[in-house]
Design a binder for this molecule. Sequence first.
Ligand SMILES: Nc1ncnc2c1ncn2[C@@H]1O[C@H](COP(=O)(O)OP(=O)(O)OP(=O)(O)O)[C@@H](O)[C@H]1O
Ligand SMILES: [Mg+2]
Length: 251
Amino acid sequence: MSLLQVERLTRRFGGLIALDDVSFSVPSGSLSAVIGPNGAGKTTLFNLISGFIPPSEGCVRFDGHDFAGLKPHQVAARGLVRTFQLVRPFPAMSIAENVRVGTHLRTKGGVLAALLGQPAQERRVADRALQLLDRVGLASVADQAPSSLGYGQLRLLEIARALATQPKLLLLDEPAAGLNHVETDRLGLLLRALHADGLTILLIEHDMRLVMDLAEYVVVLDFGRKIAEGPADAVARDPAVLDAYLGGADA
Ligand SMILES: Nc1ncnc2c1ncn2[C@@H]1O[C@H](COP(=O)(O)OP(=O)(O)OP(=O)(O)O)[C@@H](O)[C@H]1O
Ligand SMILES: [Mg+2]
C-alpha cells in the first residue's frame, strides 16, 4: 500500500520548469531515494510535498488524503516531516530544547500547555527528547548549545528534531552532505534502524554508496523530469541515468 503518492507534479518559477509532470509513489514502510544531478528539481520536489511551496500543477496524496493547500505545520501534524539541505537549529535553545520543540507538535496540549507549564507532561516531553538524542548519539551533549556541534552532529540533531514529531514519513534532503566516512556510516546505521522500526523514509542523496547501500527503490530526476525509477541496482545500470550523470557536471 502506498503512503505517499505524487501525481503529475509540476512547478514553474517564471519561465523555468523546476519540476515537470513527475509522478511516483512511496510504499508504506519503504526506504527510497530521489537522486539526480545538481538543479534536477529534488529539493523543489520536497518543498512541494511538504507544503513549503504550492505546485503549479498536480497533487500530493498522503495516507489517503489530498494535501492541497496545507501549510508545512499542518503537513507535519499529519505525519509527514522533512529536514533541510541547510541545517538550521534554534541557536538560543539547548540541543534538548531543540528536540522538545518537535515533540510539542504531538503532545495533547501542544505548545500552549508547554507555556502554561504542565509539569507531568513537560517531564514526558523531556524524557522523549532525551530518548531521541540517545538514539542519534547526542544524549551526552543534550544541555549544550547547537553551536557546540560539528556539521555531522547538527545533521543528527535535525533528524532527532524531525523524529520528535512522530512522523509516518521522514523526508531527508541530503543527510550525508558534509559528513565524513565515519559519520556517514553512522547515519546509514541510524536510517537502517529507523526503517527496521517501520518508519517510511524518502531521502535525497548524492552519496551513491549510501543510496546503493540503503535504498530499496530509487527515483531519478534530471532537468525536472523523472528519467528513471526502480530498484537501486537496475537504476544504476540504466543508460539514461548514466548519461544524465556522465553528461553533466556531476561526472
Ligand atoms: N525559489 C526559486 N525561484 C527560482 N528558481 C528556483 C527556486 N527554487 C529552485 N529553483 C530552480 O529550480 C531548479 C531546481 O532546483 P532544486 O533546488 O530543486 O534542485 P536540486 O535537485 O535540489 O539541486 P541540488 O542537488 O543542487 O540541491 C534549479 O534550476 C533552481 O535554480
Ligand atoms: Mg537540493
